[in-house]
Structures are given as structure tokens and as C-alpha cells.
Design a protein. Sequence first.
Length: 284
Amino acid sequence: MMDPVAPTMPQGALGLAVATLLAAVGMAQPAAADDTDLITSKGYASFGTFSNESDLQVRLDGSAGNGTDVDWNQTFGNIDDMVFRLDGLWRFTEKHHLRMMYTDFSREREATLEEDIDWGDDTILAGSTLGAEFGFSIIEGAYEYALKHDENLELALSAGLHWVSTDFKLKYKVLTPGSTVTDTLGTSSSTDLPLPVFGGRALWHMGHDFYLDAMVQWFALSIDEFDGDLLNYRAAVIWQPKKWVGIGIGYDSFDVNLDIDKDKFKGSVEWTYQGPQIFYNVNF
């Protein structure tokens, strides 16, 4: 008997995710519904990573007026990278749920500045060696109410908070007048923002051990300290053959635009990330 020919592995992070799921499908065996059913269980949690394609623009205003809009990809090179994400859902009753999410995107870069930048009350001249530190983390807590809940489909509306923590720092070296010594100068700005979000989620049992999990969240708000909007959507296919063994692949997109006027941060942040996900899922 001839040995089977191994299939060609797709390229990239999404290809790896697809290949992993297809291999898992080949080993799938039916399991008891009370052990693996994601809809009738008390909840589930997932931990994974996704290939991030991001676009970031930040402006830090000073006392004299608006600063320069800094395109971080253009100034410091591509900031795309792998990012981890933790998700969880707990049904404390059939109709009432608690959903949590956490992700962190923190990077450091260095580049030679090609044009002047007004950053806060500093003007950083072209030709300077500029170091950048960028921190952006999100903690979400949301309440869900299930409009429909049966063995095949769950539809829920949600209201909650995205707690967004940002930290931006630019550091550059200048020559001390009259000497050969250089000093490192820079301005750091950070802020924490509780952003209310509203959305919906659908979990569909497609048959056997496969589920489709889809979610969308949105907000637009204007108050004294900030004005902005947020849009987040995610869709994933989950294969759950065992209670403690589940694999999912999906796609996540996050877009936030904020104008902020606070003591520690006065300026604007526009950040978009999107990319494919692969994650490990457990049911409880």
C-alpha cells in the first residue's frame, strides 16, 4: 500500500490556523453533548493569538496648539505583530451572562526622524534618533441578556465597558551646548478611558462538534473630556470535541478614534487592527 501524500501546508498565520483545524477535523470523534455543548454549558474560555495588521496615528497637543499627527507605521516601520487575546463567558442563568476580554499591544521602536515633529511642548528636529514606546491594552466586561437560548442557537444583546489604557512615549538625544555630551529628552503621555459599548452576539451549533461564534460591538460618545467612536467585530468557528479540548479559528477587527482633552493626555488617537486568530477553547 502506498503511503498517503501529505497535503501542502498553506502559508502564513491564517494558513496555519486552517491547516490545524482541518487536521483536528480528521481526528474528530462524537462526544457527549453534556460535556461539550457550548450553548447549554455554564460557560467557556479561550486563549489564543492573532496576526495583527495595524494602523496607528497619534497626536499630542501642547500649550501652544495642536501637535503633529504621527503615523507610527510610516515613522517607525511596520508595527504589525502577533498579539494574544483572552476571552471568557459565564452564564450565571440561562438568560443572564457575563463576558470578559483582555488583550495587550505594547511595542518599542527606534528610527531616524525624516521631518520635524511637534510632540506636546517639544519640537523634535529631523535627523534625530527617536525611540518610541507604545502601550495599548484593553479590558472588557459586559453583561449579556439572551433573547433566544436553545440547544442550537443563542442570540444575546450586551452592554458593558472597554477599559482602554494607553501610553505613548517619544525619546530623543540632543547635544549639550558647549560639550560633547548628549542628553536624552522626551515626553510621555498616558491615559485610561472607560468606553461604554453596546452590541450583540450569536452562537450557532452547526452540527457535530462545530459552532459559529459571532459578535459585534459599537459606541459613539461625546462628553467634556473626549469625543470618539469604537467598532469591534469578531467571527470564529470552534471545534469542541472534548470538554477541555477545543480549537478555534476566526477573524477580529477593532477600530477606535478618540479626541482626548485630559490633564495627562491632550490630543488624538486613531488605531485600527485586524487579522486572523487561532485559539484554544475550554468548556465548563
